[in-house]
Ligand binder design. Structure first.
Ligand code: NAG
Ligand code: NAG
Ligand code: NAG
Ligand code: NAG
Length: 514
């Protein structure tokens, strides 16, 4: 009994982080981003911390320790409210710009103008930790300054180019594909790909710094002129948890406060209820599951694209379960008999069902991870942002095939789907990727909780920080050392040429005299 108690205490006392007061600022209204954050915030509340969450997604079911500060109504909403034209036919330049405005200063402005944010700022709340998103602006870092609390950043994608420097995290574009350019067909980039990758890595950082100046002004207006510049606060971030994992992206070196936790929202699949169990029952070869995520609805696709997809699926000996509402599709579109519609589905549980053989998707990160977790190959139709990268990374692993949105037709969809369903290597690789993705010392969620509590326990955990983050770039890249090493070489060369000239002129004079 005593032994048990001692063991229990050893374990819990060692890993004990006092119940902390945590302020979570997540004002970007993207549901797919928030899915990841919510998993972590809920788990923190369940571990006994008090978590105050400012977001656009208040919980429907309250839980103890989790308090919502709702931003609903402070700006237009994206979920199920984005037309495809908003994203298609944009160059990468304007896509980055859109990200910096919608995700960046628009987000800062609507949040700082809201009564809810002003009330929190004026309140006498005390917080031990601030958690926020590292996406298209740093303006929420002001909360860390305001409350005098360390900051943990979460990234719902793999690290964006500007997320590396502040941690001194290695980010060499010679072998690390930037999230904007996403590399070539093979992991090892060709000379041309390295040129393009280097360009986007640098360009993305410059653009980010440019727009962050706008955010900086807004943040100083809100938090007070004494607030250090956001760029200074950014370099003081204690920890970054990113939604990536070497098994599905690429192996890269990371500093201790840069932790890869892809899959925090994943859990063991639950058995389906009778309704969905019936939905997935079939006497065909299996189920094809089609969903384009929570932002864009297939109902809003142009009729000829929808018709192309529908006609292709009609040719396949599979039952198709399509996320959508039949009545909302444009008039004139006809669907084959093997397609059924369903408005909402428990996606992870559906994907892990043994009947599901193929997932047709836009390639959003959450859905991609769910498919990898369940070992299901994907037909990706990426629309914007990281979807292109996610599909590309999976093509390299042999677990997905892409059809570009512009190329959607009966022929292209049918060819890709047939390849994915009939070539057994796709199913085999998907099972392999699933095993590699799941094999970790601790679950993604427990890893996240461990490091967040570590930062609380160690009051910002400065021991995690690499001094590399503080060096000016010419020191970081050893340019000053290169000069110091080169100087003696240059000096020696100069000396040699001087001696040579001297000898030569002596010789010449001697021969003249002779
Ligand atoms: C949907 O988007 C439009 C255009 O951005 C916006 O005016 C509208 O308020 C949004 N709808 C909701 C429910 O937020
Ligand atoms: C917050 O405090 C500032 C001054 O400290 C005051 O000007 C402002 O009206 C207050 N706002 C709210 C919403 O209480
Ligand atoms: C996560 O940690 C908790 C204890 O804190 C443990 O009960 C649970 O089994 C762990 N989950 C996984 C998947 O490792
Ligand atoms: C950096 O963060 C630590 C806590 O993690 C805090 O004590 C310190 O004041 C911060 N420095 C700046 C310049 O914000």
């Amino acid at each position: 009994m005593k032994l048990l108690f001692v063991t229990l205490c050893l374990f819990s006392c060692l890993y004990y982080a006092e119940n902390a007061n945590i302020f979570a600022a997540f004002p970007f209204p993207g549901k797919s981003h928030f899915n990841m954050f919510e998993s972590i915030l809920v788990a923190l509340a369940e571990k006994g911390h008090n978590v105050d969450v400012m977001s656009h997604f208040p919980r429907k079911k309250p839980i103890k320790g989790y308090t919502d500060f709702s931003l609903v109504g402070t700006r237009p909403f994206f979920t199920n409210n984005v037309s495809i034209d908003m994203f298609i036919h944009h160059s990468k330049f304007s896509e980055l710009q859109l990200m910096m405005s919608l995700g960046g200063y628009d987000t800062c402005e609507s949040t700082f103008n809201s009564e809810i944010a002003k009330n929190i700022r004026n309140s006498s709340h005390k917080y031990d930790l601030v958690i926020t998103e590292l996406f298209a602006t740093d303006c929420m870092l002001g909360w860390g300054y305001h409350f005098g609390a360390p900051v943990v950043a979460l990234s719902s994608s793999a690290a964006l180019p500007w997320a590396n420097d502040r941690f001194g995290n290695p980010d060499n574009p010679s072998y690390i594909p930037s999230y904007i350019h996403n590399g070539g067909d093979a992991l090892r980039m060709t000379l041309y790909e390295r040129v393009v990758n280097t360009f986007w890595t640098l360009y993305a950082k410059l653009i980010y710094n440019h727009y962050d100046k706008v955010s900086n002004r807004m943040a100083k207006e809100f938090f007070g002129e004494d607030m250090p510049d956001l760029s200074v606060l950014a370099y003081n971030t204690s920890l970054l948890l990113t939604n990536s994992h070497f098994s599905i992206f690429h192996a890269r070196p990371t500093v201790p406060n840069f932790v890869e936790v892809a899959g925090v929202h994943l859990r063991d699949p639950k058995p389906l209820n009778q309704h969905f169990e019936d939905l997935l029952k079939t006497d065909t070869e299996g189920i094809i599951y089609l969903s384009m995520g929570s932002m864009v609805m297939t109902e809003k696709f142009p009729p000829n694209k929808v018709q192309g997809i529908a006609d292709a699926l009609g040719e396949l000996p599979y039952k198709v379960v399509w996320k959508g509402v039949r009545e909302n599709f444009p008039e004139g579109v006809t669907f084959p008999k093997n397609v059924v519609f369903e408005g909402w589905m428990p996606q992870l549980d559906i994907l892990c069902h043994p009947n599901v053989k193929l997932f047709i998707t836009h390639g959003g990160l959450m859905g991609s991870q769910e498919a990898i977790y369940c070992g299901v190959p994907r037909l990706g139709i990426p629309l914007f942002g990281d979807q292109v990268v996610n599909i590309k990374q999976s093509e390299r692993l042999g677990i997905a095939a892409k059809v570009a949105y512009e190329d959607i037709s009966k022929g292209t969809i049918l060819a890709a789907a047939t390849k994915l369903l009939n070539d057994p290597s796709y199913q085999e690789n998907a099972k392999l990727a699933s095993e590699r993705f799941k094999d970790r010392p601790m679950s993604a969620l427990n890893t996240s909780l461990y490091w967040i509590e570590y930062v609380i326990r160690h009051k910002g955990a400065p021991q995690l920080r690499s001094i590399g983050a503080q060096l000016p770039w010419y020191q970081y890249y050893l340019l000053d050392i290169a000069v110091i090493f080169l100087l003696p070489v240059l000096g020696l060369g100069y000396l040699l040429s001087f001696v040579f000239k001297l000898l030569f002129s002596v010789k010449v004079e001697k021969s003249k005299r002779d």
